[in-house]
Each structure stands twice: as structure tokens, then as C-alpha cells.
Design a protein around this ligand. Structure first.
Ligand SMILES: N[C@@H](CCC(=O)N[C@@H](CS)C(=O)NCC(=O)O)C(=O)O
Length: 372
């Protein structure tokens, strides 16, 4: 029996196994039980489909049965949740929905730090080979490697933009190992992050945890050695669960809180400072197009490790857009629900987010960030 009905018109997913966000949306499509066709994003696919449709080189891109282009996994998920109501991967209660969107932000933007660090520090050769093969599987291995090196060059600079340096690396690795240990303890009790069923949060974490930290050989070895329960979750995420309805989550399991606090410890001060700095930047540049990065700031990694490390990190504009999505759930909630969200945010060490002032929100238009 095929998982998907044979007569459906599948979505086409332009992406690659090596890609963080392709993994995220693949997991979503699998658990959403939507038919899709994988299309490897070769140079021909970039030239003939991605660049004409999106205007800049990025994966994943999703093409709907009506030939509409969706870019950015969060927008894909919005569109698909609106169109296919069941099974939903978005929890229904405001607190759990806030939690899912906030976890998505951490998984998409904060787990980038270990994911990109481990890839470009420990699995560089593997990534170059993958990039070269994806670009043109028909070419000789030598030619693939050569082009792979060129494609990899800008990606390989990402860890330093994210604050990775010889000084911060030990704290970043210690925090990642602590996160694995905390998730390992959680997966002893629950099969998925929010309990019995996968949600958006699982799909988002699967992005870096599968595409980088499990699939890249050296980081995969680390995960297998220290966190077999996390490995089992990665593997569980590849198979649709046998129920038709998901995500009736009332409460986030207590066993997830230590892992969440660990991520908040370093990310929340960075996210708050970055949001304030971005608000200032928007006020000072009322006419300018929104850049991906708009300066740098001093940050600390490993805040409650014996040896926290100071570093410098780029200021990113994108995180505010995802943060707005979580905060919008809070803004639309009743006073009672808002109190529950505030209590939850306090529990995970993220309450400072609820006090942020964002008078200048942003949105996405034509695959770019613009002022709202
Ligand atoms: N927020 C976007 C991120 C997409 C993204 O960063 N994709 C990576 C590959 S995993 C890429 O193509 N990056 C090229 C670039 O950012 O210039 C999403 O959720 O889809």
C-alpha cells in the first residue's frame, strides 16, 4: 500500500538531503501525510526553477499542485495548515501553539550555531562532496569536488557570523552536548517533543538534527555515541505516525523543560539585544531595504558553564519575523491564556521576550523581508 493516494497531484519539493530546512519541511510533509515529489536542487533546477521563481538562490522551495511557489518553510507550513486542516501539526491551545512557534524559532535560528559549527569544523570534506554532487551528479567526482568547494565557500563563513570562534567553540560544544543529554532524558519518557504526537516543534528540530548533526558523519558519530534516544527520535521522525489526528497538546511535558532552559540561557539575551538593535536600525534607516545582517554585537556563550565565553556575532534581521509569529499568538490570547503563556515563558527562561517593544514589525513579501 503506498502511503499516499496514487491519484493525487503531489507537491514538488526542490531541495537536498544535506539541507537543514529541506529536512524540516520533508518531516512536516511526511507527518502531514501530504503527497510530494522530491526534486534534487541541481544547478539546472536552480537556473530553470528556483532563480526565476524566487529571485535568489535558496532551498527548499515548494511548488504546489497549482504551480504556486512557496519559499521559507514557515510560510509553507502556514499555507499547508490553512489548506489541509487535518492532521494538524500545530497545537490548538494558545500556550502550546506559542510554545510550538517559539520552539520553531529556536530550532531554526539558534540550533544553527552547533549545526553549522560541527559541519564546517568536523565534516567539511563530506559537505563539499555533497554540495558538488547535488550541483551536478553527472560530472566527474573531481569536477564535483571542485565546484563543491566554490559553493561551500559562503556557507563555510556562517559559523563565524553566528559567533563561533576558537574562544567560543568549547562553550558551544559543551552546550550542544548538554542539550543532547537533556533531550536524551526527555525521549526516555516521551516519543516526541510535546508528548505522544509529532508537532511543528519536532519538524523544526529535525531540520538541523537530521540534515547536519545526525547525517554528517563525524557529528553523527557523536550523536550515536552519547544520545541513542535522540537518534531513535530522528529515525521515528521519518515514519508517519499511525493516527489521523495530531497535536491536541494541552501542556508541554516537564521533561522537555531542562533542554529548553538550556537553549534560552544563551539565546534569549542575544535575541532580546538583537531585537532592540534591529528596532533602532529600522528607525535610523527608514527608507533602506532590510539587510540580512546589520552589524555585530558582543555575546556570551555557555552562560552557566564554569567557563562562559565572550564572542562577537552578526545581528540578524530574520529572527524578529519568526519571533513576531510567536508573540502574535500571545497578543491574540485572552487575559487568562496570556497569563498561562507568561507562566510558561517564565518556566523556560524566555519571559524577557514578552516585554520586548516591537513598534516596527516586519513581514515577508516576494520572498524578502519588508517593513509591515
Ligand atoms: N528560513 C528559511 C531558510 C532557508 C535557508 O537558509 N536555506 C539554506 C539551505 S538549508 C540556503 O539555501 N541558504 C542559502 C542562503 O541563505 O543564501 C526557511 O525556513 O526556508
Amino acid at each position: 500500500m503506498p502511503i499516499f493516494p496514487m491519484n493525487s497531484h503531489p507537491y514538488q519539493l526542490l531541495g537536498a538531503d544535506v539541507s537543514y530546512y529541506t529536512a524540516k519541511i520533508r518531516a512536516y510533509l511526511i507527518h502531514k501525510r501530504l503527497p510530494f515529489t522530491d526534486v534534487l536542487a541541481t544547478r539546472t533546477v536552480f537556473r530553470d526553477e528556483i532563480l526565476p521563481r524566487v529571485g535568489w538562490p535558496v532551498i527548499p522551495v515548494l511548488i504546489t499542485p497549482e504551480n504556486t511557489t512557496l519559499q521559507d518553510t514557515s510560510e509553507m507550513i502556514d499555507a499547508l495548515e490553512a489548506r489541509h486542516l487535518s492532521p494538524t501539526l500545530l497545537p490548538q491551545t494558545p500556550v502550546a501553539r506559542f510554545a510550538a512557534l517559539l520552539f520553531e524559532l529556536y530550532a531554526d535560528e539558534w540550533i544553527k550555531v552547533p549545526a553549522l559549527h560541527y559541519r564546517w569544523h568536523y565534516d567539511r570534506e563530506f559537505a563539499i562532496t555533497e554540495f558538488g554532487r547535488n550541483n551536478d551528479p553527472e560530472r566527474s567526482l573531481e569536477a564535483q569536488y571542485h565546484i563543491g568547494e566554490k559553493i561551500a565557500a559562503p556557507f563555510a563563513t556562517w559559523p563565524s557570523l553566528l559567533g563561533v570562534s576558537p574562544t567560543t567553540q568549547p562553550a558551544i560544544e559543551a552546550s550542544y552536548l548538554a542539550l543532547l543529554a537533556a533531550l536524551e532524558a526527555h525521549f526516555l519518557v516521551h516519543p516526541f517533543l510535546f508528548g505522544a504526537m509529532p508537532t511543528l516543534a519536532d519538524c523544526a528540530l529535525y531540520g538541523p538534527f537530521h540534515a547536519h548533526l545526525y547525517r554528517d558523519p563525524n557529528s553523527g558519530r557523536i550523536m550515536r555515541a552519547v544520545a541513542p534516544g535522540v537518534v531513535a527520535w530522528v529515525q521515528r521522525m521519518q515514519i508517519p505516525v499511525p493516527h489521523s489526528d495530531h497535536a491536541f497538546i494541552e501542556q508541554i511535558p516537564d521533561s522537555l523543560l531542562p533542554a529548553w532552559r538550556l537553549m534560552s540561557r544563551d539565546y534569549i539575551p542575544i535575541l532580546c539585544a538583537q531585537t532592540d538593535a534591529f528596532q533602532d536600525w529600522l528607525a535610523e534607516h527608514p527608507k533602506a531595504a532590510i539587510p540580512r545582517t546589520f552589524g555585530t554585537h558582543a555575546v556570551i556563550f555557555g552562560r552557566d558553564l564554569p567557563q562562559p565565553a565572550a564572542g562577537t556575532r552578526a545581528l540578524f534581521s530574520y529572527d524578529q519575523w519568526m519571533l513576531q509569529r510567536a508573540l502574535a499568538v500571545c497578543a491574540a490570547a485572552t487575559p487568562t491564556e496570556r497569563r498561562l503563556i507568561a507562566d510558561f515563558a517564565t518556566t523556560i527562561g524566555a519571559d524577557a521576550l514578552l516585554d520586548l517593544k516591537i513598534p516596527q514589525p516586519i513581514r515577508r513579501e516576494n520572498f524578502k523581508l519588508v517593513r509591515a
